[in-house]
Design a binder for this molecule. Structure first.
Ligand code: GLA
Length: 396
């Protein structure tokens, strides 16, 4: 309840700030310098090569991923960016430029970007603000302007910028700001994803998204830890600037289907980027159904862009998360059971910040309206599972 009041207050402050800002710009009190350039107005959705392929990524795999995302319904469900992670580049620069590894990306990045674009998708790339990437390939320190220009010329739409092998005399903020400025100077819209394994206050000013955590692993306990860490910064994310608890592990086989449903639901209620990390060319029906559940995706992509928060916590690992959705008195709700035993979990309207009286409840995994309920809704929740709901007050 307290969290919802805080959210409503913050939303009011943001709206006020936005109105004052646009008044100030239009009346020339301050020049127009919108840092996010209108990019990533909802959390980015896409696919990234790292979780599944690590350094074994090749151009033909990326092309097949693009094909698969068209035929398996992911593109139509909202996944947009196909992102290369580490190891796409050679170990050393050629004539001062980063160059794609000629064995694994023989046609270079521009041809790949053209292919991805021809499928109605966008291309993401990876570099690092230090002297070498985390896997020891060449990276962008000292070459920010050249690299940003090359990325723009190749038609790249998204940059994940890592934090390994740093020079000792550049602050985190300055390292990332330098690349942000270089990207802006190209005039080409490139989403800027900061990967520095933890939140710092300057990040929302500089990136469109920033990692709030270390690297995710395909294990239940790790998913729970990432949720706990990410939720601490819920008030810091806003439209164009998102908390990123790291890419999805759905479909990578380290967890059960129930656990993957929880992972996906929690990312959506936390308004996190939805970047699939599995082999989408070849996935089970269960995995595809999770990744393309458009009702859950709609929660993540809600236009108000508010991050859901924990509004109730019981003993034994039970919790209720709630996200304020656009419109009057609408909530996305996750009843969460992180324990190893089945349990009943209750969402109370008072905890969700909804008025007492009837509210409609829809189950977003069963795709079923459950009817109107007064004051609360209770459900059985399986071990390591969730029930995900949309609750809409029927009070005028
Ligand atoms: C870091 C990042 C990962 C991945 C690897 C690649 O660990 O946090 O997401 O990009 O580097 O080397």
């Amino acid at each position: 309840m307290k969290n919802h009041r805080l959210h409503l207050f913050l939303r009011f402050v943001l709206l006020l700030e936005a109105s004052l800002f646009s008044f100030a710009c239009s009346s020339k009190i301050i020049p127009s310098i919108k840092p996010d350039r209108g990019l990533a107005n909802t959390p980015p959705m896409g696919w990234n090569s790292w979780n599944k392929f690590q350094c074994d990524i090749r151009e033909d795999i990326v092309r097949e991923v693009a094909d698969a995302m068209v035929t398996n319904g992911m593109r139509d469900a909202g996944y947009q960016f196909i992102c290369l992670d580490d190891c796409w580049m050679q170990n050393d620069r050629v004539d001062g430029h980063l160059k794609a590894d000629s064995k694994t990306f023989p046609n270079g990045i521009k041809a790949l970007a053209d292919y991805v674009h021809s499928k109605g998708l966008k291309l993401g790339i990876y570099s690092d603000r230090g002297r070498k990437t985390c896997q020891g390939r060449d990276s962008s320190f000292g070459y920010e302007t050249t690299d940003a220009r090359d990325f723009a010329d190749w038609g790249v739409d998204y940059l994940k910028y890592d934090d390994c092998n740093l020079p000792s005399n550049v602050s985190d903020r300055d390292g990332y700001r330098k690349m942000r400025d270089a990207l802006l100077a190209t005039g080409h819209p490139i989403v800027f994803s900061i990967c520095a394994w933890g939140f710092q206050d300057w990040m929302p000013e500089i990136g469109n998204l920033w990692r709030t955590t270390g690297d995710i692993h395909d294990q239940w306990d790790d998913v729970v830890n990432h949720v706990n860490e990410n939720e601490q910064y819920s008030s810091r994310s806003h439209v164009g600037a998102w908390n990123d608890p790291d890419m999805l592990e759905v479909g990578n086989d380290g967890m059960t289907t129930e656990e993957y449903k929880s992972h996906f639901s929690l990312w959506a209620v936390m308004t996190a980027p939805l970047i699939a990390g599995n082999d989408v060319r070849n996935m089970s029906k269960e995995t595809r159904e999770i990744l393309t559940n458009t009702e859950v995706i709609a929660v993540d992509q809600d236009p108000w862009g508010l991050q859901g928060v924990k509004v109730w916590e019981g003993g034994d690992g039970l919790a209720v998360y709630s996200k304020v959705l656009a419109g009057a008195n609408k909530r996305a709700v996750v009843l969460f059971n992180r324990s190893a035993f089945p349990a009943k979990v209750t969402a109370r309207w008072s905890d969700l910040g909804l008025p007492p009286g009837p509210a409609s409840v829809r189950d977003l995994w069963a795709h079923k309206d459950l009817g109107n309920f007064q004051e609360a809704f209770q459900s059985d929740v399986p071990p390591h599972g969730v029930v995900m709901l949309k609750v809409v007050s029927q009070e005028p």
